[in-house]
Design a protein around this ligand. Structure first.
Ligand code: GLC
Length: 512
């Protein structure tokens, strides 16, 4: 059952969201690439795990220069992933299981094969010319010094036939839309309506901080030339656009949500994207994702969130891994740390995002340079999900003729580190995730309660979550040595006098 309000709050405040990278979750038709029908068939795993919502990375029609983040038709499913009917079936099944569905919406750019861009580049007098960002200049000198993501080149490509440059913060196959043009705003709002009318519960808005541009497109100071993750893309006009989008989304029933990818690496900057509760409902805050595994670093990151978000009434998000970064199990260096990190992720105040496979403690796949497919080199975290210990790990077998092997190699230890094997082991990291999700669901303190830090030894982070009579004490030991449990103001359930290093405990003051 889908309830809009949980603990009298919109559902997304107490929710745990699970990110699915569709190419790599589950293939159903034997082409070696995951698809929507494959996702539908595996929703039972997510219901068993206890997540509240899924976010699907792009499955729209695309030439796949950026594996779907180059959209050529926002309102259709790429044949690689299935059909709109498959999507409808997936949503229906998810909703039956009480799981909401968020989809990726890519507003900053389209594919260069999108009909809008094809028309825009057809001539300078095209009616869609100003749907994208074109500038005059000399063919040997780009209009400014910005550097595109995933390449060493400029964010500009020269269009020989029409003699102008076009802007692309990412690949040259991803021209930036011109959101200063009201027709672009209308067209993209129609896209949101299309999916809202189809029953999606919300969106993850890709690179949304970058949609409004300073019309002067000034040179970047030297230290910022690593576009597009820079403060240069933090332009005021984006906030006006977001207010319009928020009105549209809030006009639908059911507490639909938009979580924005605001890749600014400053929590103060991220906080502004919530507006006065009239812009994004939620925004990704990536500084913690880049924090090292150290109690002090995490305490600092958490303090920034408390200081910047709380005064605005903005609800935080937490994420340790996604399809753009090496998996945190690999970054942190051990399964013990990954387990402690799971406790951290799922007990901080805010909405946590789990990246598919982190519940298995998956490490990044090692992919030799010649096997890498992604222009940004991000393949390692996108390796396919192993469902069981058979040679094909629950994917259709690749027989080299009708059926293809998965598009990327398996992650390390897939023979033992797979869903079926870890489900059977009560002590596995998978069952730890499941227990934590169940504990959150039962506890108002853990899901929507307050957060207060407690004094603790240097390698330890201790905090209390509280809501009414429900109080929980969370102790995370980041260090490699055992640490005593700092448990003031009991009576805490005393089943642990020591937190193993690295490790974590969650104590309750409820009688048990
Ligand atoms: C976001 C996506 C990333 C993509 C980029 C361009 O950062 O997460 O995967 O390459 O936007 O769309």
């Amino acid at each position: 059952m889908l309830h809009d309000r949980v603990h009298d709050q919109p559902w997304w405040k107490s929710a745990v969201v699970y990110q699915i990278y569709p190419r790599s979750f589950q293939d159903s038709d034997g082409d070696g690439v995951g698809d929507l029908e494959g996702i539908r068939r595996r929703l039972d795993h997510l219901a068993w795990l206890g997540v509240d919502a899924v976010w699907l990375s792009p499955f729209f029609r695309s030439p796949m220069a950026d594996f779907g983040y180059d959209v050529a038709d926002h309102c259709d499913v790429d044949p690689l992933f299935g059909t709109l009917a498959d999507f409808d079936n997936l949503v229906a099944r998810a909703h039956d299981l009480g799981i909401r569905v968020l989809i990726d919406w890519v507003p900053n750019h389209t594919s260069d094969r999108h009909p809008w861009f094809v028309e825009s580049r057809s001539s300078r007098s095209s009616s869609r010319r100003d749907w994208y960002v074109w500038r005059d200049g000399r063919p040997d000198r780009p209009p400014n010094n910005w550097q595109a993501a995933f390449s060493d080149g400029p964010t500009w490509s020269w269009d020989e036939p029409t003699g102008q440059w076009y802007l692309h913060l990412f690949l040259r196959e991803q021209p930036d839309l011109n959101w200063a043009n009201p027709k672009v705003v209308e067209a993209m709002q129609r896209v949101l309506r299309f999916w809202l009318d189809r029953g999606v519960d919300g969106f993850r808005a890709d690179a949304v901080h970058a949609i409004g541009k300073d019309p002067a497109l000034p040179d970047a100071p030297e230290k910022w030339t690593g576009m597009p993750w820079s403060a240069l893309n933090d332009h005021q006009s984006t906030h006006d656009i977001l207010r319009g989008l928020r009105r549209l989304i809030d006009s639908y029933p059911g507490d639909r949500v938009m979580v924005g990818e605001v890749f600014l690496l400053s929590t103060a900057a991220v906080a502004r994207y919530y507006g006065r509760d009239d812009e994004l409902h939620l925004a990704f805050n990536f500084p913690p994702l880049f924090a090292p595994w150290e109690a002090g670093a995490w305490r600092h990151r958490i303090d920034r969130v408390v200081e910047e978000l709380d005064p605005r009434g903005a609800w935080p998000t937490w994420v340790l891994s996604n399809h753009d970064n090496p998996r945190h199990r690999t970054r942190y260096g051990s399964e013990d740390r990954a387990r402690a990190a799971a406790v951290l992720l799922l007990t901080l105040r805010g909405t946590p995002f789990i990246y598919m496979g982190e519940e298995l403690g998956l490490e990044n796949a090692e992919i030799p340079a010649e096997g890498r497919l992604d222009p940004g080199g991000r393949d390692g975290s996108r390796a396919p999900m192993p469902w069981d210990g058979s040679p094909d790990h629950g994917w259709p077998p690749g027989d080299g003729r009708r059926r293809a092997a998965p598009w990327l190699p398996w992650p390390p230890q897939a023979g033992v580190r797979n869903v079926a094997a870890l489900q059977r082991d009560p002590a596995s990291i998978l069952n730890l995730y499941r227990r934590l999700l169940a504990a959150r669901r039962r506890s108002p303190a853990l899901s929507i309660g307050s957060w207060s830090p407690l004094a603790s030894p240097p390698d330890v982070l201790a905090y209390e979550r509280a809501a009414g009579d429900d109080r929980r004490l969370v102790i995370i030991n980041f260090g490699d040595r055992d640490a005593p449990v700092p448990a003031p103001g009991g009576p805490w359930r005393a089943d642990a006098g020591i937190v193993p290093g690295p490790g974590a405990v969650v104590l309750s003051d409820a009688p048990c």
